[in-house]
Design a protein around this ligand. Structure first.
Ligand SMILES: [Ca+2]
Ligand SMILES: [Ca+2]
Ligand SMILES: [Ca+2]
Length: 248
């Protein structure tokens, strides 16, 4: 039997420790206010919201004429069959309810973050997107169908999103699916230093309501080419520092 045994000398161990720390210090979660829509606290099977105001931390994004058939708020699905597995996190989910069938126009919830767009950084926005199931056929709301959705990662003063998930998921009735939007800046960007923003949009198709929950945004520094070359060089040095002893 032939065993291969690697020895690290002390110098290479000291060299590899800070390198490992550098490589693991990547995804940093950015602060999103009321990211799980738990504010306001809402009773089981109850909607809390309004036509022109959003839950704490969020603002109404409404491209259409303001009307009395557009509601923004939170819903606690507990004790109902609107969602098979309830809320993805906590008790509530976010609500964008667009009942109008004329003047079709997208609307949603948006939030400007305290963090600004950084260079050489990968942003990953993750949102649970739900299709509200009609659990009451005798009321006046027909939630059958899915109105379609879009998730935008933006900077505050630029109307064109940095990146979007434009309706790639088709959650079944009563189901949440996970939307992921990713964007990487290079060594320059016209919006660098501008506040980041998130927009959760209902595209106003049939089915009235789109729900959102557990909004997360991570920022991961991308090593600049010179840094990457330095790291590769360090790895090369460590490999060279390994003494391989073969025991037969
Ligand atoms: Ca929640
Ligand atoms: Ca109904
Ligand atoms: Ca539905």
């Amino acid at each position: 039997m032939r065993l291969i045994h690697y020895n690290f000398n002390k110098l290479s161990l000291f060299a590899i420790m800070p390198l490992a720390l550098t490589l693991s210090a990547d995804a940093v979660p950015l602060i999103i206010s009321n990211s799980s829509f738990e504010d306001p606290d809402t009773g089981s099977g109850t909607f809390s919201g309004a036509t022109n105001s959003a839950p704490a931390g969020w603002t109404v994004y409404n491209t259409g004429a303001t009307n009395t058939e557009r509601y923004f708020g939170v819903w606690n699905p507990s004790t109902t069959s609107t969602f098979v597995d309830g809320a993805p996190t906590g008790a509530n989910v976010g609500v964008v309810f667009l009942q109008n069938t004329t003047n079709i126009a997208e609307a949603g919830l948006s939030q400007t973050l305290g963090d600004t767009l950084q260079l050489n950084t990968t942003y990953t926005l993750t949102v649970e997107v739900g299709n509200f199931a009609d659990d009451n056929s005798s009321d006046s709301f027909n939630f059958n169908g899915f109105p379609d959705y879009r998730i935008d990662l933006m900077t505050v003063n630029n109307p064109t999103p940095l990146a979007s998930d434009n309706n790639t998921l088709t959650p079944a009735e009563g189901i949440f699916e996970t939307s992921i939007v990713s964007f990487t800046t290079g060594s320059s960007h016209t919006d660098a230093g501008q506040a980041l923003a998130i927009r959760l949009v209902n595209l106003n198709g049939a089915g009235i309501e789109v729900n959102f929950d557990d909004v997360r945004l991570d920022a991961s520094p991308v090593p600049e080419p010179s840094t990457a070359a330095l790291l590769l060089g360090a790895v090369g040095l460590i490999c060279a520092g390994l003494r391989r002893n073969r025991i037969s």
